[in-house]
Every structure is written in structure tokens, then in C-alpha cells.
Design a protein around this ligand. Structure first.
Ligand code: XIL
Length: 408
């Protein structure tokens, strides 16, 4: 089958059929995002093949040379698993992910809406596809995530009550973490549980889980995950904890306090995820995050860069200026965090500009402003490396070297 034929088939399957649009909606992909990605796959194929950034020049190889893992969030439906099985894929996106990453995470594939079509059903189609691809290509996998206040399935409200919430949360964790037992490098067990703005004790976020179970839901999730998969590094993941300004500083302090409570109570936890969705302009991370990473190290915790991307807000800038601003943030930020010996993993939230949630963030609802194309990834729409790629790779070269036995 020619690439075009295959591409059209895939487009029909995932882009335009009712089933495909349903799947796309569950994945948080609008039609525009899908269209952009398919165009990029077609255009980028040749570019990716001709590039000199593969093999020893790839992000994976440069990370591995320092004992690190570089990886990305991916959409399993877009990975040409069948081609890989057959021994060759001509799909640009698939080949790029294969060439550049050492670790993958499902952008949406392991969230509740993807895994839980109903209260009594589990659907591992997308998540298993990701795991199959990872096994075939020798990639590690992060699990994201087991417990979050967002991305709850439609059936949640009305089904989950104070009487059954503990059971439903622990069943979910047992089944999902159990399904992938031994295959996950790290699980984001709880995502974004701290929000000091909500004004609650210990800076806890107003979350359905907090309302239904009470403040010990976080500990419950970690203890259940440890039983279900004793091999995965259990991670608490959050955002807005990067900069030095008062709001992130307060949030960071509450995250540290949570980690300290966990340590003193013997709750199993191994790592903190710093999402690292950063702005190209304005407030940048600094000494506050550095000392946070060091405090985590004192507790024996690793720190992962779990979802890095850089959003550009400037107007009337040239593409060169935009790319330079984005690359500068990659360089400065990763130089800061990779100097620390307990930061072994860097993942970007996506890998090509063709598919980045930032372009569509806040722009998909009817009546909102049109999408503003963003260029936050190490590869552009055509799958060519961007200045961010070179900044990221150089930062990996300068990373604190981690002994092989400890990495991952
Ligand atoms: C985002 C995905 O990228 C989108 O496709 C989806 O529509 C919404 O979620 N923090 C997280 C991620 O922990 O799960 C989010 O992913 C981005 C912010």
C-alpha cells in the first residue's frame, strides 16, 4: 500500500468517520488538530527521513549519553504499529517518535474518559496500542494519570457518590495499574491536587475526589497504586510550581508540605512531576524551583519534567523571533533543572508543532477566538527540528550525568 493510500485510510478511520470523530473528541482533538497532523505526516515524511538528527544525533541518544531519558506525549491512534510489526513504517510521525524518544506517555490514552466508557467497563484499546508500540520499539512508558479533578467521564456525576467513591477510585487504580503492572516506568498517581487559591486547608484543590472522599484521597490513591504495581515509580504531578513569583512559590510550598506529610506517614512516593508548561515571555523559573528540587532530593525523591512546552504570547513577531524566544526558554529552563542530580527524565507534551494542545487550548469552543498556531515543540509541522530541538539537545548534553543503574 502506498503512503497516500495508507494515509487516506487512516484519515478516514480517525478523521472523518463518526467513530473517528468520537474517538478524536475523547482524545481532545478537534477536526483542525487532526487535519493539521495528517497534513504534516504527509509533508514531513521526506524531511524526517533526510534529517541528520537521528541515531547518535537524536534527543534519545543525547539524553542516554548522560543517563537520562527524553520522551514525549503521543497519540497512540496515530502511531503506525502495523508498519512497525511489518518491519518498516513509512509514516513520518511514527518514525520521528521512534527515532527521538526513550520514553512515551499517552497524551490522553490513560485518562479516565479513554479507559472508562461506563462505570463498570474498562477499554484499554488506545493504552494497549501505546504499550504495544513501546514494546516493539524499546521505549519506556509513563502512566498519566490515575486520579485527577479534570477529564472525568460523563457518567461520573450521578454515579459516583460519597458512599461509593472510595471503592470506585481504588477499583480503577487496581485494575488500570494492575493491567500494566511491571511495564510502567512511573505513574502520575495524582495530578494537580494542590491549588492554594481555593482557600482550603493544606492548599488542597476543590476536587470532586476531595468532596466525595475527603483529604485522604491522595494518600489512598498512592497506597493503592503501590499495591497494584510495586515496580512503577509513583509520582505526584503538578503545574504552576515553576516560577519564583508569589503564586507558584506558595503552591510549591504546599506541594513540599504534602510530600513531607507523605514521607512522615510512610506513604509510597518516589517522584514529583513538574509539568513545565512555560511562557516564552515573562516570568521564568529560577532559584525557587532549584531549591524545591533540592528539598525533594533530601526526601529521596526524583523530579521529572513531565509535560514541557513553551507558549508564545507575543504579537507581530516574526517566526524567527518566536522560535528564538521559545528555544531560549528550553535552554535556560533545562540548564537550571538538569544541573540537579535527581532530575533524570524530560518529556515534552507532544513532539511536533502539528499536534500541540497549545494551538487549540481555549480556542475550540464555539464563539472563541480562532486558534493561534504555536511552535512550542522540538519539531515543526513538517517534522523538521526547530531551534527548540537544538536548545533541548544542548541542555541534555550539559545535564548532570546520572549513573546507569539509577536512570529511569
Ligand atoms: C491535555 C491534552 O493535551 C489535551 O489533548 C486534552 O484535551 C486536555 O488535556 N496538564 C495535564 C495534561 O496533566 O493531562 C493535559 O493534557 C495538559 C495539562
Amino acid at each position: 500500500m502506498t503512503y497516500e493510500a495508507k494515509s487516506n485510510l487512516t484519515r478516514r478511520q480517525f478523521g472523518w468517520s463518526a467513530l473517528g470523530m468520537g474517538a478524536a473528541a475523547r482524545l481532545g482533538l478537534g477536526a483542525a488538530a487532526l487535519e493539521g497532523l495528517f497534513d504534516a505526516r504527509a509533508k514531513g515524511q521526506a524531511a524526517a527521513n533526510a534529517s541528520d538528527v537521528t541515531g547518535a544525533n537524536s534527543l534519545e541518544a543525547h539524553a542516554a549519553a548522560r543517563g537520562h531519558l527524553y520522551g514525549a506525549a503521543v497519540v497512540p491512534e496515530l502511531l503506525d504499529v502495523e508498519g512497525i510489526v511489518a518491519g518498516h513504517s513509512s509514516d513520518g510521525y511514527t518514525n520521528l517518535v521512534t527515532a527521538q524518544t526513550g520514553i512515551l506517555v499517552g497524551e490522553n490514552a490513560m485518562k479516565w474518559p479513554a479507559l472508562r466508557p461506563s462505570a463498570d467497563q474498562f477499554d484499554f484499546t488506545g493504552a494497549d496500542r501505546l504499550m504495544r508500540f513501546a514494546n516493539l520499539t524499546g521505549k519506556r512508558v509513563r502512566g498519566h494519570n490515575l486520579c485527577w479533578h479534570e477529564a472525568l467521564p460523563r457518567w461520573f456525576q450521578g454515579t459516583v457518590t460519597k458512599d461509593n467513591a472510595r471503592q470506585i477510585l481504588t477499583d480503577h487504580i487496581r485494575v488500570v495499574a494492575g493491567h500494566f503492572r511491571g511495564q510502567i516506568q512511573s505513574w502520575d498517581v495524582v495530578n494537580e491536587a494542590i491549588e492554594p487559591k481555593d482557600g482550603l486547608a493544606n492548599g488542597l484543590r476543590k476536587s470532586p475526589w476531595l468532596e466525595l472522599i475527603g483529604p485522604d484521597y491522595i494518600e489512598l490513591a498512592f497506597r493503592t497504586a503501590a499495591e497494584a504495581d510495586p515496580h512503577a515509580k509513583l509520582t505526584y504531578n503538578d503545574y504552576d510550581i515553576e516560577q519564583d513569583s508569589p503564586r507558584p512559590a506558595e503552591k510549591r510550598a504546599q506541594v513540599l508540605a504534602l510530600l513531607r506529610r507523605f514521607k512522615s506517614r510512610g506513604v509510597p512516593i518516589h517522584a514529583v512531576g513538574v509539568q513545565s508548561h512555560l511562557p516564552a515571555d515573562g516570568d521564568q523559573p529560577g532559584a525557587g524551583l532549584q531549591s524545591f528540587i533540592r528539598e525533594a532530593a533530601k526526601m529521596g525523591l526524583e523530579v521529572y519534567v513531565t509535560e514541557m512546552d513553551v507558549k508564545f504570547h507575543g504579537q507581530n513577531a516574526t517566526q524567527t523571533e518566536e522560535d528564538a524566544a521559545v528555544a531560549a526558554v528550553y535552554r535556560n529552563y533545562l540548564n537550571l533543572v538538569l544541573a540537579e542530580p535527581n532530575v533524570p527524565n524530560v518529556l515534552t507534551w507532544g513532539i511536533t508543532d502539528a499536534h500541540t494542545w497549545l494551538t487549540h487550548l481555549n480556542h475550540e469552543a464555539p464563539g472563541t477566538a480562532p486558534a493561534i498556531r504555536q511552535r512550542p515543540m522540538p519539531f515543526d509541522d513538517d517534522l523538521n527540528p526547530t531551534p527548540a530541538f537544538f536548545a533541548l539537545r544542548a541542555a541534555l548534553d550539559g545535564a548532570h550525568s546520572i549513573p546507569a543503574a539509577k536512570a529511569g
